[in-house]
Design a protein. Structure first.
Length: 169
């Protein structure tokens, strides 16, 4: 299936990763979710036409999306009418985080629904994507405390996005 998916720079993705921390992440996302559901637990941005990502793993780093997430359930969304200047602005908003170590303290704040009130200059994966979406002009200024579940709702329901693909890679 992955050979049929054409990714563009600026596409954002959500992943049902299956990592050790995934059930914990989904538990707390469900706890605070309006629809009491949470499927995806990781998010990132495609930054070029070779499927390179920018995402917060153990550090804010890059991987090859198609190789790294093979056989995972993903949601890929695209901002309709994304201009090069908007993409550049969004990327400039988040490149400063590249190399940052994963902020475990932010996850604790997310668990208690305090991450939008207490923050330092470090981000988890969903906040990195939310900051990017703010930078391209499609999201409000409030990006601290954004969860992957919040992003799923926005990407599926806000008119400026279209779902490129949802399913197993």
């Amino acid at each position: 299936m992955n050979s049929q998916i054409k990714l563009n720079a600026g596409d954002v993705f959500l992943v049902e990763s299956g990592s050790i921390i995934s059930p914990v992440t989904n538990f707390f996302q469900k706890l605070w979710s309006r629809d009491n559901r949470s499927k995806y637990c990781h998010a990132g941005i495609i930054i070029d036409d070779t499927n390179t990502t920018l995402e917060c793993r153990w550090t804010v780093c890059s991987t090859n999306f198609m190789e790294f997430y093979k056989d995972k359930d993903v949601l890929i969304a695209r901002c309709e009418n994304l201009k090069n200047i908007d993409f550049t602005n969004g990327l400039l908003q988040i490149l400063k985080f590249k190399g940052q170590w994963f902020p475990v303290h932010r996850m604790i704040l997310h668990a208690f629904h305090l991450a939008k009130f207490i923050h330092w200059q470090s981000v988890v994966c969903s906040e990195l994507v939310a900051k990017y979406l703010h930078g391209i002009g499609t999201r409000h200024n409030y990006w601290w405390g954004t969860t992957v579940d919040d992003l799923e709702e926005e990407l599926k329901n806000w008119k400026q996005y279209s779902i490129v693909y949802e399913g197993k890679l």
